[in-house]
Write a protein that binds this ligand. Sequence first.
Ligand SMILES: Nc1ncnc2c1ncn2[C@@H]1O[C@H](COP(=O)(O)OP(=O)(O)OP(=O)(O)O)[C@@H](O)[C@H]1O
Length: 334
Amino acid sequence: MDVTPEAASVAQSPRAASISLEGIQKRYPNGTEAVRDLSLEVRAGELVVLIGPSGCGKSTVLRMINRLIEPTAGRITLGDEDVTDVDPVRLRRRIGYVIQNVGLFPHQTVRANVATVPGLLRWPKSQTRARVDELLDLVGLDPTEFGGRYPHELSGGQRQRVGVARALAADPVVLLMDEPFSAVDPIVRARLQEEFLRLQAEVRKTIVLVTHDLDEAVRLGDRIAVLSEGGHLEQYDTPAALLGAPATPFVREFVGADRGIRRLAVTPLDREALDPVPEDAAADLPTVEVDGSAYDALAVLLTSGRDRLLVTDAGRPVGALSRQRLLDLGRPTS
Ligand SMILES: Nc1ncnc2c1ncn2[C@@H]1O[C@H](COP(=O)(O)OP(=O)(O)OP(=O)(O)O)[C@@H](O)[C@H]1O
């Protein structure tokens, strides 16, 4: 039987649903047209980032997906189900929601916070307890050490992890995240992002994440939707395509003059593009592992002051890369 890549990804993640927005509009009662006419498809198991300037309608879009806000026109479907046909409270139990500063219940322990939705769904106590422990482990918090603490007894990063665990508790088909990592300092943020990518590789949820931070979008997104005022979709593409070929002047300006550097971070070291291992000088060249990015290779070159490096696979040389070749990788195509 032939299986399309999309069907295969659904098969591997039966608990993730695709999302489809068709001609969505939101006009607030005061007349503000926050979103004029937006159509967007998110595949099951995909992590899509919404990015754009302040006020362009990102949060409005996110909150229409779980019906915290009702669209004034258009259709939103999860899998093959129209969300307007579903009771909003039931809908929200199938959609995890993580917001900036997390919104944990301050007078409840970490365990009780994570158990919120299983509690509403009246899961048996033993099942809830097992699920809560499993999730705390999954987000890197030891349940024995942290389960009984209150939110004010945690660091910002730990609170953020509890927020993610809580959102995943009832195995939602979709996870919506609004600036989830913006309340922590840059170092914690980078670590949370890395952990989050590992977590996503394991749980493979359909995720829509809103951020202001282009580096975060490039690091996390399978695809990035760049929005301008009124929720207008300027470009919807992979990070490499977005940085390599901005589709409109707005996107070009938004991704900035340093997009070449950013692009290196999402450019893999293509084995086909490597020069042969030089027989004479290989021993004293600096090295980078082949599963790193072109950015990693550039960092090695800059630190070493050399103009060529050796690319290795588990320590064994597989090719060489010159500085010029490396810089060409970051050159935008338009
Ligand atoms: N309840 C509301 N009533 C009226 N206008 C609103 C309401 N909520 C948001 N808006 C307006 O809708 C537009 C989009 O707001 P939204 O919060 O979706 O933008 P955003 O892109 O998420 O912004 P930010 O990045 O600053 O969080 C803005 O002009 C905002 O002022």
